[in-house]
Ligand binder design. Sequence first.
Ligand SMILES: [Zn+2]
Length: 100
Amino acid sequence: MNEKSRKMNEVISQNRVKLHLFEPSQRSIWTIVGKEKEHWLDPESNFCSCSGYYFGMLKNKKPCYHIESIHIARQEKKFDIIKFSDEEYDSFISSILDEL
Ligand SMILES: [Zn+2]
């Protein structure tokens, strides 16, 4: 198993993929809990907020392993759902943006 699949395995098996679900609007935000911080992902546009994604895309147009991990997690339904109310949406977004 190579380094990338090992990391992806770790993410999935340790349930580090989180779906933050806002109600009643059903808006959703995906994150993966990393070693130091939480990464924000958009699986629809294949975007990840980590530095690995940024440099990978810059250098060889390859995204980070988080992107693949999140697709596998969704397929296998291996993620935690954390529910929030819509009133919390704005402060949630700004706390994510603060960490970037
Ligand atoms: Zn990433």
